[in-house]
Design a protein around this ligand. Structure first.
Ligand SMILES: C[S@@+](CC[C@H](N)C(=O)[O-])C[C@H]1O[C@@H](n2cnc3c(N)ncnc32)[C@H](O)[C@@H]1O
Length: 208
C-alpha cells in the first residue's frame, strides 16, 4: 500500500539508518534511534512492516470503535501517519492529528496528505515527552509503543486528566503499553481485546 500510494518509507528509513550508522557503525534498531535523536527511541532500523500498523488493522480499529462523524483521532508517535491515510480516505467527516518526533517522517506523511487532498489530517513534529507539550483533547488516542516506559506512562497520565473532562477511548498496540496500563492505570477499562487480530486492545476511561 505504501508503494501504491507513493509513500517513500523505504527510502527515508534507509537514509536514517545510513545517518545513524555514521555515528554508530555497530548499532542496531534498539540503539540507532536514541543515538540519532537525543535518547528518544525512534526505532531507526526497525523492520519496515513492524514500524507501522498495517492499513487493514487501522481500518479494523476504526470499524470496532464505531467512529461517529466529527470525532477527532490522535496518534501518539505516528511515524508516517497510516491511520490518517485510512481516515482521510474512508472517514470523510473525521479529523486526525499524528504527533511524531522524526521530521522526515512527518514531512513525507504530510506531503502525501496534501497530494491526496486530506485537509482534515495532519502530522505535527513533536516530542511527546517535552515539558511544555500539552496533549490536546480528542475522542480517541492511539498508542503503539511509541517510546520508553516513562514516556508512555507520562502520556497516559495526560490522557487521564482529559478523561476527567470528557469521554475518551484509548487504542493500544504493543505489549509494553498494555503492561503499563495493567500495572499503573486502573482508570482504563479494557473493552475489547483483539480476538482475531490479537495485536491491539481498546480501552475506555473509567472515572467515577
Ligand atoms: C512503533 S511506531 C508506531 C507508528 C504508528 N503509530 C503506527 O502504529 O503505524 C512509534 C513511533 O513513535 C515515535 N516516537 C517515539 N518517541 C517519541 C516521542 N517522544 N515523541 C514523538 N514521537 C515519538 C517513533 O519515532 C515512531 O515513529
Amino acid at each position: 500500500m505504501d508503494k501504491i500510494l507513493g509513500l517513500r518509507v523505504k527510502y527515508i528509513e534507509e537514509m536514517l539508518v545510513a545517518e545513524a550508522q555514521g555515528f554508530e557503525p555497530e548499532g542496531t534498531h534498539e540503539t540507532w534511534g536514541p543515538t540519532l535523536h537525543q535518547g528518544v527511541q525512534t526505532w531507526i532500523g526497525l523492520e519496515l512492516q513492524t514500524l507501522q500498523t498495517p492499513y487493514s488493522e487501522c481500518f479494523r480499529i476504526l470499524q470496532l470503535l464505531k467512529i461517529k462523524p466529527y470525532q477527532h483521532i490522535i496518534d501518539l508517535g505516528a511515524a508516517y501517519g497510516r491511520m490518517g491515510i485510512v481516515i482521510g480516505g474512508l472517514y470523510i467527516k473525521n479529523s486526525f492529528t499524528g504527533y511524531e518526533y522524526v521530521k522526515s517522517r512527518v514531512d513525507e506523511g504530510n506531503r502525501l496528505y496534501r497530494e491526496l487532498g486530506f485537509s482534515r489530517c495532519q502530522l505535527l513534529q513533536q516530542d511527546l515527552f517535552a515539558q511544555n507539550f500539552e496533549l490536546p483533547m480528542a475522542d480517541v488516542y492511539f498508542i503503539y509503543d511509541y517510546g520508553q516506559v516513562e514516556h508512555i506512562d507520562h502520556t497516559l497520565r495526560q490522557i487521564e486528566k482529559i478523561a476527567y473532562k470528557r469521554p475518551v477511548k484509548v487504542v493500544v498496540r504493543g505489549k509494553f503499553t498494555k503492561q503499563i496500563i495493567s500495572d499503573f492505570h486502573p482508570w482504563l477499562e479494557l473493552k475489547y481485546e483483539g480476538k482475531h487480530e490479537e495485536f491491539f486492545s481498546i480501552y475506555t476511561a473509567y472515572i467515577v
